[in-house]
Design a protein around this ligand. Structure first.
Ligand code: GUN
Length: 282
């Protein structure tokens, strides 16, 4: 079997070109989409992600600001900054980079972001809207996976999707999005017994665990579509997914690589959501 490699990097380029055009049209109406990213403390991985988000935004004409706050920032101060940004007419998207320092209550912070500016799709109102198939801001990684599957013509209707991982950011929402497309969805997680008995039944396998090399072809039905959301930095500096990519070549019908797979789609969807927010808020 010839395995089709699904490059998020390619799809992201197409979508970003379209988005650049949308930004130009918005600017003709004197609307410049603006994203504000808040980062607290000095987590090197978070700093890298935030810089990538800013750069990607600016490249397509979205204005972007990073608010860097020290690790001893109080929860109250952070909430007041968010309130100000909720009111600020020039800001369309607000993103609070996670993880937050231990002394700050993540739930309170995510609840404080206006659902209309919640470009991460983490606010309970947006989570609820997704669960009842309403228009909402959808979390960027699962939304990116949907666009990727769509681009490569992967049929979802009536397919059996097995999702490994039940995080609020990826596992749960990707299952709901696929359910909304009439897939039959099975969730597996760290307490699932006989994991591979489930994965072997999948027409589409979504792996979002963060465990390098978890999935080899013994765990996958021949001809299945495999989406690897893993992103583990090895000591060697190499980044690997949860799936042994080379092992699945010739076995899966479609597979995403790591890097250049799901990763570039996540940031692209952040840009997409920010532009949607700007369209809606004006
Ligand atoms: N930290 C890791 N991934 C994400 C993400 O998608 N959004 C935010 N806000 N923080 C993250």
């Amino acid at each position: 079997m010839n395995t089709k490699v699904m490059y998020g990097s390619t799809v992201a380029r197409h979508i970003r070109t379209d988005l650049e055009g949308t930004v130009l049209k918005l600017k003709e109406k004197e609307i410049t989409p603006k994203l504000t990213v808040i980062i607290i403390g000095d987590n090197p991985a978070s700093e890298t992600y935030v810089r990538m988000k800013k750069k990607a935004a600016e490249k397509i004409g979205i204005q972007s600001t990073i608010l860097e706050l020290p690790s001893d920032t109080t929860e109250q101060y952070l909430l007041s900054i968010i309130q100000d940004l909720n009111q600020d007419l020039s800001t369309h998207g607000i993103l609070v980079q996670l993880p937050l320092p231990d002394h700050i209550n993540e739930k309170k912070v995510l609840d404080a972001v206006s659902p209309d500016k919640d470009v991460d799709g983490f606010h309970p109102i947006n989570v609820g809207r997704l669960s009842i198939s309403q228009e909402a801001f959808y979390p960027c990684t699962p939304l990116g996976i949907m666009k990727l599957l769509d681009f490569y013509g992967v049929q979802m209707k009536r397919k059996h999707v097995v999702v490994i991982g039940r995080s609020n950011i990826v596992g749960k929402p990707i299952g709901q999005m696929l359910l909304n497309e009439d897939a039959t969805v099975t969730y597996c997680h760290s307490k699932t017994e006989d994991l591979f008995e489930y994965t072997k039944q999948a027409d589409i396998l979504i792996v979002a665990v963060g465990k390098a090399h978890l999935i080899t072809k013994e765990a996958v039905k021949k001809g299945a579509v495999v989406v690897d959301v893993g992103n583990t930095f090895l000591d060697s500096g190499k980044v690997v997914g949860d799936v042994v990519f080379d092992n699945l070549l010739g076995h899966a019908s479609h597979i995403t690589p790591v890097p250049k797979g799901v990763g570039p789609m996540t940031i692209t969807m952040l840009l997409y959501n920010t532009i949607e927010a700007a369209k809606r808020l004006g």
